[in-house]
Design a protein around this ligand. Structure first.
Ligand code: CO
Length: 221
């Protein structure tokens, strides 16, 4: 069978199964959505948010791109966050990165990826900013893992600076912004413990998280 027909056939089976398990779900979803989360994740085929967080249709609003970037000025990402936070009033914004991210590997290993190099420029800048410490890590996978984490921390800071989030915080709504990491080799999500829901929490939380990743924690924890 043609791959595209396989997709359609799998969809028919899925829709039948969903309808059998929850006969009114499609009618409810056709009336509107009220997800609890917006997820900013990597486009990688191995970390589909609905699947790894075990959520059904209507439960998570999703924006994905190469290397889970949330760059201020990216109209696509800013629109998704605006729609979720301002229109749908989602209470949780999740930035999720994953280890072994091809975007991060391309930056650290200096692999040319055509037009993607331009997209990954903010990630290159982030690598440069922490290069002295990162390049001291001999194992390249470990170095890349740390940049994967720094990237999520940095994108959480970016999300917190976006007008949709800042305005919500200023006007008394408290959408929380979270940073998670996903491991491909065991299918588990890990909390980077950088959840914030107020402007004054952001810089201290981000700075402490960067110190934890780069091993600068004064308490040694
Ligand atoms: Co990736």
């Amino acid at each position: 069978m043609e791959p595209i027909n396989q997709l359609i056939q799998r969809n028919r089976h899925w829709a039948q199964r969903v309808k059998r398990d929850n006969p009114t779900l499609f009618e409810e979803l056709a009336r509107g959505q009220a997800p609890d989360y917006i997820w900013i994740g990597c486009a990688d085929s191995r970390d589909p948010p609905n699947v790894i967080a075990d959520l059904g249709p209507g439960e998570i609003f999703v924006h994905r791109n190469v290397a889970n970037l949330a760059v201020p000025g990216d109209l696509n990402c800013m629109s998704a966050i605006y729609f979720a936070v301002v229109v749908l009033k989602v209470p949780h914004v999740v930035v999720c990165g994953h280890y072994r991210c091809g975007g991060v590997e391309a930056v650290v290993e200096d692999q040319p990826l055509g037009v993607v190099d331009r997209w990954l420029h903010p990630l290159s800048q982030l690598y440069d900013a922490h290069r002295l410490k990162l390049d001291r890590i001999e194992d390249i996978h470990e170095r890349e893992d740390r940049l994967c984490e720094l990237n999520v921390i940095h994108q959480v800071r970016n999300v917190c600076s976006m007008p949709a989030v800042r305005d919500a915080w200023t006007h008394g709504r408290k959408p929380a912004v979270h940073g998670l990491m996903y491991r491909l080799d065991d299918g588990l999500l890990h909390d980077l413990n950088i959840s914030v829901n107020a402007t004054e929490q952001v810089e201290d939380t981000i700075r402490a998280a960067i110190d934890r990743v780069l091993g600068d924690d004064a308490n040694g924890s």
